[in-house]
Ligand binder design. Sequence first.
Ligand code: ADP
Length: 595
Amino acid sequence: MSMKHLLQIYVKPYLLRMAAGLVIKFTGTIMDLFLPWILAYMIDHVIPEKNTSQLLYWGLVMLVCSFLALAGNVIANRMAAKVAGEIVEWLRHDLFEKVMYLPSAGVDGWTKPALISRLTSDSYNVHNMLSRIQRLGVRAPILLLGGIIMTLNLDVALASVLLCLMPVLAVIMWQVTARSVPMYTRTQEAVDGFVRLVREDIAGIRVIKALSKTEYEKERFDVWNRQVVERERRAGMTTAILNPSMNLILNLGLVLVILAGAYRVQAGTSEVGTILAFLTYFTIILNAMLSISKMFTILSKGQASADRISQVLESEDERQLELQIRNWMEEQTEASEKSLPQTKRYQTEEAPFVAFRDVSFSYHPGKPVLQHISFSLKQGETLGIIGETGSGKTTIAALLTGLYQADSGQILVGGKDIRKQKFGELREQIGIVFQNDTLFEDTIYENVRLGRELEESQVMKAIRAAQADEFVREKSGQSQEQLNIRGANLSGGQKQRILIARALAGEPKVLILDDSSSALDYRTDMELRKAIRQEYSSVTGILIAQRISSIRHADHILVLEDGRMLGYGTHEKLMESCRLYQELYRMQTGEGRMP
Ligand code: ADP
């Protein structure tokens, strides 16, 4: 179903071009088929008559046929390559777009390596399939059928030798193909695991070295490496039977044909040229059979890949999710219009700019990560979120940006329920720095701008506010525009400042910093907060931190433990009422410690 779906969408617009290519290919192939026949005719009928003009005429015909065969095949192959390339380019484009729009829960579900392999090896397999079908899909069957017809025409008795051998050939090919296809599938699975390991090891090479895990990882690598080679070898061992045994049968057949042919020539029932043509057709037929069996392998591989790709393409992305949410919202408002008191209550409140109203959420059903979270910020206010790792702080940031959907409750951003906003509209208002965000291999300036249409002054202002101008100047003596980031040539704190500058540069209404000043020294952290307050005074901030010093001046502070609100209020209020907050404060400032 899915493969069919893929063909319907992506191949349909190319059907005309494909058909034209196939007609050209057909012509070229027919020419190929006629060549041995003409040769036989010349040897048996033209040469014995010693008529030069006849000889020249047939020679010319052969030349023209050869040329047409060459031209037809080359043109058709080029067209096929172009069509296959264009289809897969389009498919990859859509697939990439899909992956970009996948909701975070969807990415978690597919896993990143699986998405990467769909964009790389799977689309390569589909490309291979499309080009192979066009190149051989018509040619091989015509050569096979045409070859048989030609041999039957030339000499029925000799053709019967061939026809007796063909079932044997077919059985061998079928057996080998049927066995090797699942073997190659298993090899591909091993390769996937292998690639995953290589990716992780190269990305994490520092920690592997630092923890002296090098030997352990080498062993793990060797296990996968061996497995890939072993599976490849097994598949190779099976397919290795194919070509030599086909050759054996070919040669056997040739011997039989020559033996039978010699008798028939002597008996005057056949001629030398016919035997010669026969041998050529025999080779053509055999090669056509081999091509067909290879085509089956590529087809089954390509089909598996096409299925995998279309599963992703057919999965739901944020664009459909948006629609669903909107429809759901409409139903809700209709329902709530009937129960007026509740709507009235919200209407009388002063509308907050950013808020959670009794929000609960779980990544997996039954394992709640956030429970009954509420907070409310007016425009320009700041919320600090503090709590141990795993308490759900990052999850709050992910819900605010609509990366995941809350199970219950209401989330407001920009004074509006986020379900009433398009994802793009929502995210435009937000500047966010996640933990371990990526810097790209480009200049610092471009890393801050990130392809957005921003004024230079906006970018520079953000770099200054994020306290990044200082080290940029120190580092380089070059201008910021020129300084390239390559791999690991920045410290943790420097990276964080560039990421913060990136979030600020778009002049967001809401700024979310997820533990993104943790690598800054106290003074820089303070300067940063001061600069944001002064330069971006209307921004509503959400600061997630481990250090109380980073958030103690926030207008509201939310203390989280295991996804529950343990406290909510100002620093002073929490110091009075929240035991966990007091404990954290004491630990971090050293106050009240026993001597
Ligand atoms: P914090 O930011 O406070 O360290 P998180 O919000 O990152 O906490 O995580 C809260 C809990 O949710 C943790 O138990 C974590 O294991 C789980 N979690 C985080 N992200 C995912 C995810 N994508 N899928 C499933 N569980 C997750």
